[in-house]
Design a protein around this ligand. Sequence first.
Ligand SMILES: NC(=O)c1ccc[n+]([C@@H]2O[C@H](COP(=O)([O-])OP(=O)(O)OC[C@H]3O[C@@H](n4cnc5c(N)ncnc54)[C@H](O)[C@@H]3O)[C@@H](O)[C@H]2O)c1
Length: 307
Amino acid sequence: MNDRVAIIGAGHVGAATAYALMLRGLFPEIVLIDAITELAVAEAEDISDANALARPARVFAGSYADAASATVAILTAGAATQGTESRLSVAARSAAIVTSCVTQLMAAGFKGILVVAANPVDLMAWTAFRCSALPPARVIGTGTLLDTCRLRQAIASRLNVAPETVAGDVVGEHGDSEVAILSSIRIGGLTLEQFAPGMIDGAALAREVRDAGYKIITGKGYTSFGIATAAVRICEAIVRNERVVLPVSTLLTGQFGISDLYLSLPCVVGAGGIEQVLVPALNEIETAALLNSASTIQKAILGLTTP
Ligand SMILES: NC(=O)c1ccc[n+]([C@@H]2O[C@H](COP(=O)([O-])OP(=O)(O)OC[C@H]3O[C@@H](n4cnc5c(N)ncnc54)[C@H](O)[C@@H]3O)[C@@H](O)[C@H]2O)c1
């Protein structure tokens, strides 16, 4: 039944996601939807050129009617940030785009799982959840999965080990208030300090991870490959019903006393979307930072909903 994935927004993130999905061979059909039809057509044709040398998929530009039967729809249409502009600063512009796309998607009869990548992603996932009327388990924000990949990669390169051997998460907002849970990082069961005594400056590490997106945007104007891979990983967990734990943005319902907003915590992801939201062990400083992150998002929601 996992025949089709729809990607709404065929810009940098949407195109990279379509290409990565095609290489992964997860879906036989990939439909690209964009306000600029010629762009969606051109990206679909460019990606289709790889068909003869990859696992073939039918990649085409389409409409919301084509997205209705998709198992997963990935929402990448949103306002992109420039330079060091914060993700939250484009919230209103992105919310208008997300609302328009999700309204059309639902009107077409979509019943699948919505994966939201548009920034600010926690607010846009919340916006998509509210206007889709889908159950919260079926609206997933890519959240801090990307930041977690950056954290694992940053530690791996400092310690000269493979990133997959680094266990650790970033939680909270995908943005300036995100929280790297340094206390629970493990490499082969060892803490950072046990593995490499005195070698890692935790504050500098967290800063580097938080600012990684800005650095890339300063260099190339946008980010695409990391987020595309994160979106593909979520699709894979859904299609294969993996029940893998990934830090993604979900509706909180009282975890750490936080509710009614989207924020990243480790979640079990499977065929139903978010199957379970986990409450990680945090120290006092990390808990305070997570609550601060929640309050940042709460204020941004008020900014969005108050005329
Ligand atoms: N969550 C993350 O970690 C992460 C990482 C990178 C980028 N992003 C976000 O993803 C979004 C896309 O970034 P990008 O670099 O691809 O931007 P982009 O400008 O290249 O692409 C956005 C695309 O959306 C399309 N679009 C705009 N309004 C639309 C509408 N109403 N209906 C259909 N299509 C519409 C545009 O035509 C454009 O092609 C941004 O919000 C960006 O901040 C998120």
